[in-house]
Design a protein around this ligand. Structure first.
Ligand SMILES: [Zn+2]
Length: 179
């Protein structure tokens, strides 16, 4: 499948992890929005459009994001570390909504998007630069504020010290850690 257009919307400052949103057109007839160019520890990479994963509150059945500490609806306390983890041990908080099936096409797509990003970045450093594509505008994707969720995990509460089995079970966090 041929990429026939890449629109790049630069965002953030140079030191931000999220560098751009991209809209990619395939074969002149299918558009995918919200690909992200992210500056990772091993250089730039392209993240596929994704949605936040949710689960169902046991008490009231409401949907909550996996990092939520309390249910949005009934306020029940939730374990903020309940997300499944991937092979590298990182919590799985997002699911791609569109993505290549094969690694070879993933690399090809990434190369094309990063080329477009670098061209846009070079243009942005010329005097009088105006963004070529500003079609995000008011409905800029809502996921951007936590685009680096996986890169900067929130600090975890400390695990109870090994001698804590002497203490009464005053709170449930850490249940199962102590034999
Ligand atoms: Zn609830």
């Amino acid at each position: 499948m041929e990429v026939t257009e890449v629109r790049v919307k630069l965002v953030g400052r140079r030191d931000d992890k999220l560098r751009a949103f991209c809209t990619v057109t395939f074969d002149h007839c299918f558009v995918v929005r919200d690909l992200k160019v992210i500056s990772g520890t091993r250089g730039l990479f392209v993240a596929m459009p994704s949605r936040k994963l949710t689960d169902i509150c046991r008490k009231c059945g409401a949907k909550n994001h996996l990092r939520a500490r309390y249910c949005n609806d009934c306020g029940m306390r939730l374990n903020p570390d309940r997300a499944e983890r991937d092979e590298a041990g990182r919590p799985k908080l997002h699911a791609d909504v569109a993505h290549p099936i094969h690694q070879s096409y993933r690399e090809q797509l990434q190369r094309i998007v990063l080329e477009a990003f670098k061209e846009e970045l070079a243009r942005s450093q010329e005097p009088g630069y105006r963004p070529t594509h500003d079609d995000y505008g008011a409905d800029e994707p809502g996921g951007d504020e936590d685009a680096d969720d996986t890169a900067t995990p929130q600090p975890m509460p400390p695990e109870p010290p090994p001698d804590s089995q002497d203490k009464p079970p005053s709170h449930r966090f850490g249940e199962g850690l102590i034999p």
